[in-house]
Design a protein around this ligand. Structure first.
Ligand code: DGY
Length: 324
C-alpha cells in the first residue's frame, strides 16, 4: 500500500483545489473563516509532511515542533514569514505564488488612490446619511489623479502593473525607486528611475510595493514624512512594517501629508483602537489586495501544485529563490 504524504491547509480553499491535492496527498483542511494559528498547527497537526498557509512564521521553534515537515507552500507572493536561515538549516522547501496576482493588486492600488483623491468612502458615508443637501459640496471636492506624479517604491511585477495603469490610463508621470534599476521597464513604459528621497519629495502619490526585508523595515519613517509634499497621499499594499505606523499617525495628525490608503498594518488584524481607523483622510482595508475569487483560487491552485511537485521530489516551479 502506498502511503500518501500528509498535507494540512491552514485556510479554506475551493473544492477544485482540494480535489487536486487529494489525488496525491492525504489532506486535512481548516474549515473555519480564519487562518489556523501557528500554535493551533503545532498542537493539532505536528505530524504533517506539507503545510499550505499564509503568513505563518516558519522559524526554528516551529520546525522543531513539526518533525516530518518538508514543504511549506505559501498562498501569497510575500514570504516574509519564512525565516530563511532556519528553513535552510533544516532543508525545508518553501514556495510562493508570484505573478498571478499582479493585475488584481494593481487594480486595488488604484482603488485606494482614487478613493483618497476623490474622497469616495467619505462621500459615500455622507450621501447615505442623507446629508447631500446639508453639506457645501466645496468642502468635499477632491484632488486630481490624472497627470499627477506617482512614485512607486519597489518596481517588481506588481509595480510594473501599477506603472502601466498610471502611464496608459491616467497619463501620470511615474517615478520609481528600486534596489536595481529596471531599464527595460523604463523603455517600455516611460517611467523614470529616481533616488528614494527625490521620489519622496516630488510625488503626489507614493505607493509602497517593496517586500518586507531587514532593509525595508520602517523604510518610510519620520524623516521621509518630513520630506513629502503636504498634499502627498501614501498608499501601502505591501507589508505594514515597511512604514513606521506611529510616524504615519503623527504625519497625518500634524498635516505633514494629506492622506493614506492602507491595505496592510504593522500588526494584523490591526487594533480596534488604532487612531488610523478614526481618520477621514485614511482609507483602510483588511489586507485584501489579491482578494478576488478568481485570483485567490488561482493562487490556491498554484500553492497546491507547488506542494505536490515538491512532495514528489521535484523542484517546484515557485521555489523561493533564497531556498534554492
Ligand atoms: C501576498 O500575496 O503577499 C499578499 O499580500 C497576501 O499575503
Amino acid at each position: 500500500m502506498i502511503v500518501k504524504p500528509k498535507v494540512y491547509i491552514a485556510r479554506r480553499v475551493s473544492k477544485e483545489v482540494q480535489e487536486y491535492i487529494s489525488n496525491f496527498c492525504d489532506l486535512e483542511m481548516n474549515e473555519g473563516d480564519e487562518i489556523l494559528s501557528r500554535e493551533g498547527i503545532i498542537k493539532n497537526y505536528n505530524y504533517i509532511d506539507g503545510l499550505i498557509t499564509i503568513g505563518t512564521k516558519i522559524d526554528e521553534e516551529f520546525l522543531d515542533s513539526m518533525p516530518n515537515l518538508k514543504v511549506v507552500s505559501n498562498i501569497s507572493v510575500g514570504y516574509d514569514n519564512f525565516v530563511i536561515k532556519d528553513m535552510k538549516k533544516k532543508k525545508i522547501v518553501g514556495t510562493n505564488t508570484p505573478d498571478i496576482l499582479n493585475d488584481t493588486v494593481a487594480d486595488l492600488t488604484f482603488g485606494l488612490i482614487l478613493s483618497l483623491a476623490r474622497r469616495i468612502p467619505e462621500l459615500d458615508r455622507i450621501t447615505k446619511a442623507g446629508m447631500w443637501e446639508k453639506v457645501y459640496p466645496e468642502e468635499y471636492v477632491g484632488t486630481e489623479v490624472h497627470h499627477k506624479t506617482l512614485g512607486i517604491i519597489g518596481m517588481g511585477r506588481i509595480g510594473e502593473a501599477v506603472a502601466k495603469r498610471a502611464k496608459l490610463g491616467f497619463d501620470m508621470d511615474v517615478l520609481y525607486y528600486n534596489r536595481h534599476r529596471k531599464e527595460e521597464i523604463e523603455n517600455k513604459l516611460g517611467v523614470k528611475y529616481s533616488s528614494k528621497d527625490k521620489l519622496i519629495k516630488n510625488s503626489d502619490f507614493i505607493v509602497i510595493l517593496t517586500p518586507l526585508t531587514e532593509e525595508t523595515y520602517h523604510f518610510i519613517d519620520a524623516r521621509e514624512f518630513n520630506l513629502m509634499k503636504k498634499s502627498a497621499i501614501i498608499i501601502n499594499v505591501s507589508r505594514g512594517q515597511t512604514i513606521n505606523e506611529l510616524a504615519l499617525i503623527d504625519a497625518l495628525k500634524t498635516g505633514k501629508i494629506a492622506g493614506a490608503g492602507l491595505d496592510v498594518f504593522e500588526k494584523e488584524p490591526t487594533d480596534k483602537n488604532n487612531p488610523l481607523l478614526r481618520m477621514d483622510n485614511v482609507v483602510t482595508l483588511p489586507h485584501i489586495g489579491s482578494g478576488t475569487w478568481k485570483t485567490r483560487n488561482d493562487m490556491s491552485m498554484m500553492a497546491a501544485e507547488n506542494m505536490v511537485s515538491a512532495l514528489q521530489g521535484n523542484i517546484p516551479k515557485n521555489l523561493v529563490e533564497e531556498l534554492a
